[in-house]
Structure formats: C-alpha cells, structure tokens
Design a binder for this molecule. Sequence first.
Ligand code: SAM
Length: 287
Amino acid sequence: MSELSNIAYVKNLLEKYGFKFSKALGQNFLVNPSICPRMARECGADKNCGVIEIGPGAGVLTYELAQVAEKVVAVEIDKRLLPVLNESLQEFDNVKVINADAMKLNFNKLISEEFENMEVCVCANLPYYITSPVIMNLLEQKLPIKSITVMVQKEAADRICALPGTRNVGAVSIAVRYYCEPQILFKVSAGSFLPAPKVDSAVIKLNISQNPTVNVIDEKMFFKVVKGAFCQRRKTLINSVSFGLGISKSEVSEILSEINLKQTIRAEELTMQNFADLANKLSEKYN
Ligand code: SAM
C-alpha cells in the first residue's frame, strides 16, 4: 500500500506544488487505502498486460497498477498534476504520464505505439462529469482491449449495469451491453474521497465481448433506435421511437407486429434481441 492514500501525506504533497482541487475537472481523489489495491487486482492486469488509466490525479491508483502490470500509461488533462505525479511515481520505470484530454485522444494510436505485443485493459477512477461519454468513446472505438474497470457514481453504475427488461435500464445500459458484459464489482462510500463528493460510488467492470452481443445490419440505426426508444421514458415504444426517429406511429406499430411485440410495450421491457430486431427492420425499410 502506498502513502498516497494517507490524507495527511496527499494534502502535503498537493500543497507543496500549490495544487487546488478543480470541481469542474471532477477532482475527488481516493484516500481509502483498501480501494486502489483492490481495483488493481480485480481489473485483470498482470505482468503481460498494459494498463491505460484515465485521470491519475496524484497517482494513488497508478501506483498500485504499476506494481501489477507490465506498463501503465496514465492520461491526465490537468498540467498542474504533472510535477505531483513526477514525484509520487518516481520509483517506477514502467509508468508514462501523458498530458491530454481523454475525450480527444486517439486510443488506437496510443495502444499500437505504447503496448506492442501486450494485452491491454483500462482501469480508472473516472471524472464523473464525463463518465458515460468516456465509456462510450472507448467502446465505440472498438479498441483491442480486454476490459474496462472504472469507478463511477453509484447511480451511473446501476444504470450502466442494469439488465434489459428491468426498471433501471436506459439507453446507456443497452449501448454498453452491445459491446460487453458489465458487472458491479463493489461499492465505495463518499467518505473514501478527498474532497468527499455528495454521493456514493461503485467500481464496475466491463468485459469486452469478441463480437457484438446481437447481430445488427447497421450499428448507427441500432444506436439511433436505442436513443429514440428511451427519449420519452414514460411513453410507449411506438410514441418514443416515432418521435425520436421522426417516423409515423403506424409504421412503428406495423414493425412491432412483424417482430411479435405488443403495441403497448415500453423501452424498458425490451430484450437486446428485440432492439436488434427493431433496428434491423428499420434498416431494411430506410437504408
Ligand atoms: N485517479 C485519481 C484518484 O483515484 O485519486 C484521481 C481521480 S479524479 C476522480 C479524476 C481525474 O481525472 C482528475 O485527476 C482529473 O484532473 C482528471 N480528468 C478530468 N477530466 C479529464 C479528461 N478529460 N481527460 C483526462 N483526465 C481528466
């Protein structure tokens, strides 16, 4: 265990470099000593594996990852943390810190340049203001990675990991499940962070599937249908898809009959295969 989860040590280190937390960048640093070793263990990294970390902060998770993985590349947007990381990670020669915005980075290029002949996984305590965009961005790029293990707000974890057909399911649950098998690993209380956020968190793991979990003719149409289906949660699927995709209710109604779904069905009742069938019918009609 590193000193980086000792509050007094981290406060001193940050003070030494005149660092002040930025709310806008989602800077809540982990100070519970049991979390990072557990994340590093459960993300599946080993000595044949490279890890991409997004937002290393003061380096508390990076420190643990560097001990289990062959190499860690940590992407941090905040320049002010570079001297902090330089000091906190000085004992490792298998860590590289890149000053960049994870939302704009070409991860395919990064992987081919930094992780030749290694398996790669992602492990991060994500800045909460971009949780879903970062996850979707990583998944949509179809990167050669085996898993994504990330700390997110508890509510986001519940939403992302919700099973189709259950109350919590939303567009992001279906979109994520298209690419992988998500699971909640463990919960983390708000008091584990400095400064403490208002809500609890959870660590989730997304095991990337070799192939999409359902066959679709056109991925763009699939995601358009998923987004449209959940755009008006309280309405029936006929209403929300018709509104979201700008097609007539009678056309949606006809397709529902063709794929044997009841006319009153709502988005949260659909299975992954139902979404694929609906998207494929629409692709056949409109492409
Ligand atoms: N990993 C550290 C920990 O667990 O204590 C810090 C986690 S903190 C929740 C999120 C980190 O992500 C901060 O260091 C923040 O500066 C960084 N960050 C925010 N937006 C980012 C972006 N777009 N790209 C890369 N890093 C970002």
